[in-house]
Ligand binder design. Sequence first.
Ligand SMILES: *Cc1c(COP(=O)(O)O)cnc(C)c1O
Length: 940
Amino acid sequence: MTAEQFADRHIGPGPDDERRMLDAVGYASIDELMDAAIPEVIRWHGRLDLPPPATEPEALAELRALAARNTVAVSMIGLGYHGTHTPAVIRRNVFENPAWYTAYTPYQPEISQGRLEALLNFQTMVSDLTGLVTANASMLDEGTAAAEAMTLARRASKHGSRVYVVDADALPQTIAVIVGRAEPLGIEVRVLDLDVEPLPAEFFGLHLQYPGASGAVRDHAPLVEAAHAVGALVTVAADLLALALLRPPGEIGADIAAGTTQRFGVPMGFGGPHAGYLAVRAGLERMLPGRLVGVSRDAAGAAAYRLALQTREQHIRREKATSNICTAQVLLAVMAGMYAVYHGPDGLREIAARTHRLAARLAAGLRAGGVDVADVAFFDTVTARVPGRAAEVVAEARRRGVNLRLVDADRVGVSCDETTTVEQLAVVWAAFGVDGVNGEVPEALPAGLARTSDFLTHPVFRAHRSETAMLRYLRRLADVDYALDRGMIPLGSCTMKLNATTEMEPVSWAEFAHIHPLAPAEQTAGYRELVGQLEGWLAEVTGYDAVSVQPNAGSQGELAGLLAIRAWHRSRGERHRDVCLIPSSAHGTNAASAVMAGMRVVVVGCDDDGNVDLVDLDAKIDAHRDTLAAIMVTYPSTHGVYETGIASLCAKVHDAGGQVYVDGANLNALVGFARPGRFGADVSHLNLHKTFCIPHGGGGPGVGPVAVRSHLAPFLPGDPAGAPVDGRPAIAAARYGSAGILPIPWAYLRMMGADGLARATGVAVLAANYVAARLREHFPVLYAGNKGLVAHECILDLRPVTKATGVSVDDVAKRLIDYGFHAPTMSFPVAGTLMVEPTESEDLAELDRFCDAMIAIRAEIDKVGSGEWPAGDNPLANAPHTAAMVGGDDWPHPYPRSVGAWPAGVSRVGKYWPPVRRVDGGYGDRNLVCSCPSPQAYES
Ligand SMILES: *Cc1c(COP(=O)(O)O)cnc(C)c1O
């Protein structure tokens, strides 16, 4: 028997399926189809230079070998990354459970109630702990959350000042990210030692760290008051575990709190992914970026969750955008929220108190041995002075298996956490050359800052103390959600393909999970080799010269790429180039990123075929020739078409001195057949959570590497922990961003190999064309390119049927739930349409099940159109149908219950039942409730 090829598992259709699909599309082979679909100007006829594909066991063995070159040491470095025990019930049933990790962003609330409830728990946890009324779910990391807080403060402050003050005791990587984001926006950051330096006379915002990076716990109330006195807003970057014991930011008057929830059960992962958080006081909630879960009601008046204040994202509004965050860190937010559910308020208080006691004991032992420990209040982190000896102490601790923080030549930082043991304290004492102390010592928290308010009072944080209860809670929530483990999620632009178990497994291994981002280089050789190989393979796949995996979402890759363009223009003395052309069909993040990169957005129209309007492009280039910085286009276009004009578009922009940014979110239509770095583009970001198999996790994590041609390589993201380098701002808080999930795309590339990847692309394009061919006579396919072919997705135009019958795209999307499907992408990029992306991973049976459902729905629409069913009361208008609805005693509808719940082709067994009827978004926006309401509130 030949060794089994992973590609045969990854790609859904087998040879027979392929033949039938090709017949339907009218081509003899995939090669012939691809030759016809892809314009010759961009077609690449080479073969990717990648290692021959490994089998699943081989890939795991190689990953084991890489993992073995990482060393799991005891981490007492701190700086926002801490050891934590992931409760095993959460690790196995959330982190390693496809019901949670393969879910999509909860834009369709009826099939997402489980993750929405979990995220509401997360928001409640953050809101309670910070003492601020509204928290979002979630941010990408602490650094970017702090940067978003800065821009929020600027929008909210009535102060015209450009000055933002940052506490010198803030986390270094936070300062690096804030500085990087401030510069293009014209914000002047002043980093001040607020213990000794006065606040400036004018500033619009103040960033404080609580506790400080040094460990010091200061009473920030006087600074908050001083800032408010001049009209500035205050952000407190707070450690949530410390807030179990310390007076929260909201109670000292902070306007905003920002930070990370990593130490709530999420492994360090060499820097990520973890959920950042952002919370605001009353009055700022409608300015909050990111996703906000809220409570609304369904068609029967029952309470139901959904994303609040946004058809998509309230803050991503083209040139008026205020943030570009799209993909967040949902899976990790769910874990952190569940950590709070698991431990409850008493458990968190106990973990915090124990952590503090250990730190107090550590300090007492150092002092008893004559070491100078800063005489300040602290929570978990101690800074010790050992003049001239710091490096020696750190090295000695490392020899003994413990990593400490080298602050400078004279100072060492030591952080305790949930995992710290008394034995580890003894190792630290020995490294300092002291004996330490036995037994308990007095606490070092300032009495005046002790927390007196309750938190996590909602019953959900008390009801799941036993593992049985916790397990069943997790199961209950997962059961009401629809994820890839139930069926196809044909979301255009989002590429919901297989997330293979072999790709996922290494993510839980200690050698990848339990590594601090600042661990010494000799402990991370395996990680760095993995990153190097992955960046090299991605460069090969895209045809670019250099890649950085630092950006932790597509949006962040966009910002990194545009900042590279900006820095390049500046390096050539062309500072005035600041216009970014963006086609009207672009994804919302594109314009938002351009605004954040300090560029002016100029929209280019599309022609009737959905292509970039080359006449309008010429006009816009002419109008902005001298100030043109870049064009940002998606390829294949967001319309799912291989535009033939791409090469001339690139040439025109280059002729005018601009750079070409190709949004690589649609790379699933190109891999192995065309390489943006070789067909004229200068820079792209990729979405590893789309094309390269990182699961969406219910809306994150993701990785958005930025790939550039050589002239832009000097401007790739800088190291947030290193000295600032001009033109190389840090994009994320950790050097390798969400390093912890990079084994996933590594394994995918390693197991697919050049031929497997190209075959995947071919089958993805075949599948989209198959769906288009089967559905075309029932719903017009909006755009097509060469020979009437689409790329890897197709847009079904519902506007004609909506016009004729009143049945909306929403009705069809919700009716698909009754048929057991997640709706395709709705109304993007064209309002009133559905964009279907089947991907290569769905087999023919599933593709046919989907097409059959769409055809059956079309027949239902006709019954509404003909008047057989009344417009307001039919299976489409009432969709989705819940079990409670069809099982109720009351059935006033003009069609049988069975037609509602089991339309043609839907199995009686294993049917997916949504837990709620159609959710009323507007009601929830008018009555905004974004943390767990009391149980009584659900009754009214
Ligand atoms: C998904 C997507 C993005 C944004 O990626 P995120 O990871 O969600 O930030 C940008 N452009 C296009 C075309 C996309 O489909």
